[in-house]
Design a protein around this ligand. Structure first.
Ligand SMILES: *[C@@H]1O[C@H](CO)[C@@H](O)[C@H](O)[C@H]1NC(C)=O
Ligand SMILES: *[C@@H]1O[C@H](CO)[C@@H](O)[C@H](O)[C@H]1NC(C)=O
Ligand SMILES: *[C@@H]1O[C@H](CO)[C@@H](O)[C@H](O)[C@H]1NC(C)=O
Length: 428
C-alpha cells in the first residue's frame, strides 16, 4: 500500500514537473530576430545592433546592471550599463561546468550611451590584488546621488571558492573601479545574483547546494541531478556589512531569509523595495516574495506568487516603472551544446517583461500576441502579471540571452548572452 502511494505521488510529481521542464527542453520555432514593445512589434533589423568591445573581450557576459545618477530630488538623470563578462567561460563555469582552467580573468565593461550612440570600455580594477582570480557573475551598484561615489558588489567565482568583491565607483572617473575588499563566508556556497537593499547590504541567491566544486564525479553528477529533478536546495541570503565606515576586512552579518528554492538564479528588488523577484531556472518560473525589513535589520521574505515563463529564466531586473525584465533560455540543451562546442549555431534567446496586473485589468485569456512564437504556446496567463515578449532569437542573431535591462527614458533595451560576443542594444 505504501509503495502504491509512493508511486502515485511520484507520478503526480513527475507530471507536474514535466509541464514546467518542457518549457526549456524542446526547441521552439523562433525567428532569427524579433524586437517588440508593449505597444507593438518594431523592426529588429534596423533597430537592434550589437556593440563590441576592444579585442572582442566584451563577450560571454552573464549579468549587467545600470549605474544610475540621481539629482537632488532623487530623479535619475543619467545611466550607464556595467556588464560582467568572462571570455574564458567555456573553460571555467562553476554553475554549468567545466572547471578546467580559471585563466585568464574576466572583466567588467562600462557602456555609455545616448539615444543614438553607444561605446564600451573595459573597466580598470584599481588596487585589485595581483594574481587574484576575477570571474564576475552577478553585479549590483548603488546609485550615485549628486555626483557621489557608488558602492559596487560583484560575485566572483574564484578557483577555490566564490567571494563577493566590493568596489567603489566615481562618476569623475567612471571606467575605474577601486577595489575596497573581499567579502567571504562559509555560507557563500554558490552565490549567483545580487540585489542591494542599501549601499552596504544585499540579498544574494545561492543557486545550488550541491555544486560543481564537489570532488571529481560528485561535482559532475550531483548539481545536474539537483537541477533536473528540481530539488529545492537553493537559498536566498541577506548580507550586511557591519563595519562599512571602517577600512579593513569586512565584518558581515549573514542571515538566510529563504531556504528551499529550486535553482534560484537571478534576483531583483522592486523599485519600491517591497518585492523580491527570484528566477527559479529549473521550474521555468519567477517567484515573487513580499519583503519585510525588521527593526533589528533582519529581513523576512513571504511567498506571494509564482509566474510561469516560456523559458528557463536566468537573470531578472526591474525597470523603474515596476516591470520585471526576465531573460532566459527557451532551449536549454542548445545552451549546453554551445558551452561544449558541439554546435556552431547559437542557443535561442528570449527576453520578456512581466507587468503587475492592476485589479480588473486586461483580459488574461490572450496575451503576447505580437510575438512570432507567442508565450501563449507554452504558458497560461498568470493572474498576477501580464507577459510581453521583448526580444526573441533562434540564436542566429543573438545567442543565450541571460540578462535584459531597459532604460525607460528612451525604451532602450540591453541584452547580454552567456556565450555571445558583444552586447545587444535595441532602440524602439
Ligand atoms: C553620435 O556620434 C556621432 C559621431 O561620433 C556624432 O556626430 C553625433 O552627434 C552623436 N549623436 C549623439 C546623439 O550624441
Ligand atoms: C504581499 O503584499 C501584497 C501587497 O501589499 C498583499 O496584497 C499580499 O496579500 C501580500 N501577500 C502575502 C502572502 O503576504
Ligand atoms: C571550446 O572552444 C574554446 C575555444 O573557443 C576552448 O577554449 C574550449 O576549451 C573548448 N571547450 C571544449 C569542451 O572543447
Amino acid at each position: 500500500m505504501k509503495g502504491y502511494l509512493f508511486l502515485a505521488s511520484f507520478l503526480v510529481y513527475a507530471a507536474w514537473r514535466t509541464t514546467h521542464v518542457i518549457n526549456a527542453l524542446t526547441r521552439p520555432d523562433l525567428p532569427h530576430e524579433y524586437f517588440g514593445t508593449a505597444s507593438g512589434p518594431k523592426d529588429a533589423s534596423s533597430q537592434c545592433s550589437v556593440l563590441r568591445g576592444a579585442d572582442n573581450k566584451l563577450s560571454y557576459c552573464e549579468d549587467q546592471t545600470f549605474w544610475e545618477f540621481e539629482d537632488a530630488q532623487g530623479h535619475v538623470f543619467d545611466r550607464k550599463v556595467v556588464a560582467s563578462c568572462d571570455p574564458n567561460r567555456k573553460n571555467w563555469n562553476t554553475v554549468m561546468g567545466p572547471l578546467s582552467s580559471p585563466d585568464p580573468l574576466g572583466g567588467l565593461w562600462l557602456v555609455e550611451y545616448d539615444r543614438a550612440n553607444a561605446s564600451a570600455k573595459e573597466m580598470k580594477l584599481v588596487d585589485y590584488p595581483e594574481r587574484r582570480d576575477f570571474h564576475p557573475l552577478g553585479v549590483a551598484i548603488w546609485p550615485s546621488k549628486l555626483g557621489s561615489t557608488s558602492n559596487m558588489f560583484v560575485v566572483n567565482h574564484g578557483r577555490h571558492r566564490t567571494t563577493i568583491e566590493q568596489f567603489l565607483l566615481d562618476p569623475a572617473d567612471p571606467s575605474s573601479a577601486k577595489f575596497i575588499r573581499t567579502l567571504s563566508s562559509k555560507y557563500f556556497i554558490s552565490p549567483n545574483a545580487l540585489a542591494l537593499t542599501s549601499p552596504s547590504s544585499f540579498f544574494v541567491s545561492n543557486d545550488h547546494f550541491m555544486t560543481r566544486r564537489l570532488p571529481s564525479i560528485l561535482g559532475e553528477i550531483l548539481p545536474v541531478i539537483e537541477t533536473f529533478i528540481g530539488l529545492p536546495l537553493g537559498f536566498i541570503s541577506h548580507v550586511s556589512i557591519v563595519n562599512e565606515a571602517m577600512p579593513g576586512a569586512a565584518i558581515i552579518r549573514h542571515t538566510i531569509p529563504k531556504l528551499g528554492i529550486s535553482f534560484p538564479n537571478g534576483i531583483a528588488l522592486s523599485p519600491d523595495g517591497q518585492t523580491l523577484a527570484v528566477a527559479s531556472s529549473s521550474y521555468t518560473r519567477v517567484l515573487f516574495y513580499n519583503r519585510t525589513s525588521n527593526e533589528d535589520g533582519t529581513e523576512k521574505l513571504t511567498y506571494a506568487h509564482a509566474v510561469s515563463v516560456p523559458f528557463a529564466p536566468d537573470n531578472v531586473h526591474y525597470d523603474d516603472t515596476g516591470a520585471l525584465l526576465v531573460a532566459g533560455h527557451p532551449y536549454f540543451p542548445g545552451l549546453i551544446a554551445v558551452a561544449e562546442n558541439k554546435t556552431t549555431e547559437g542557443s535561442p534567446s528570449w527576453v520578456a517583461e512581466l507587468t503587475p496586473r492592476t485589479q480588473g485589468g486586461a483580459s488574461v485569456r490572450s496575451f503576447d500576441l505580437d510575438a512570432p512564437f507567442s508565450a501563449t504556446q507554452r504558458v497560461k496567463a498568470a493572474a498576477s502579471h501580464g507577459l510581453t515578449t521583448l526580444y526573441q532569437s533562434d540564436g542566429s542573431k543573438f545567442s543565450g540571452s541571460t540578462t535584459g535591462l531597459r532604460d525607460t527614458r528612451s525604451g532602450t533595451l540591453f541584452v547580454v548572452g552567456l556565450f555571445e560576443e558583444g552586447l545587444l542594444i535595441c532602440r524602439p
